[in-house]
Design a protein around this ligand. Structure first.
Ligand code: HEC
Length: 151
């Protein structure tokens, strides 16, 4: 687990130092990357939702692992919203991402802040702390989807 997280952070650092155009060889690679990142965030949000909503028993270690994963994963998908041209890969990204970029970036930053708080709260071994931070993070996902993702 630990080496995965370190690798994720190393990858994020590497990506941040490359010019956007050099990061993906084809437009569809960028779309695949951001969709994969969203899918991974969704997987960990699903695990936390099941605990936050009492559908599965609370498991402090599983909550901490998913919270930590989300803290890291929330940094990644936004590096791949580089171009409105999706190439061969289907995309639900709305065109206003590229005309309202500051608003989109603010929505990404909001998620990253909430996910960082969730990563801390999920380590508290406390279902109530998890519920509150989960709700705030889910709200940040939804706010961006309402504005910038096609149904
Ligand atoms: C700043 C905006 C933004 C935030 C925040 C955001 N998303 Fe997304 N999400 C998008 C956009 C735009 C797409 C469409 C991407 C595409 O199809 O190119 C998307 C797509 C997705 C998809 C579909 C992926 C696929 O395979 O087609 C899932 C699932 C998803 N998001 C989950 C989440 C979850 C869970 C969170 C919060 C933890 C989140 N998103 C936060 C903008 C956002």
């Amino acid at each position: 687990m630990k080496s995965f997280f370190l690798a994720t952070v190393a990858a994020a650092t590497l990506l941040a130092t490359l010019p956007a155009a050099a990061q993906f060889q084809k437009p569809e690679d960028a779309v695949k990357y951001r969709k994969a990142g969203m899918f991974m965030m969704n997987t960990h949000m699903g695990r936390l939702a099941a605990m936050a909503q009492g559908r599965v028993p609370f498991d402090g270690a599983a909550a901490a692992a998913s919270g930590e994963a989300l803290g890291h994963l929330s940094l990644l998908p936004y590096l791949a919203f580089i171009d409105s041209n999706s190439g061969a890969e289907p995309s639900r990204a709305k065109a206003n991402i590229w005309t309202e970029r500051a608003k989109f970036d603010a929505a990404a930053k909001k998620l990253q802040e909430e996910a960082a708080k969730l990563a801390v709260a999920a380590k508290a071994n406390n279902p109530e702390a998890l519920k509150a931070a989960f709700g705030a993070t889910a709200g940040a996902c939804k706010a961006c989807h309402d504005d910038f993702r096609n149904p």
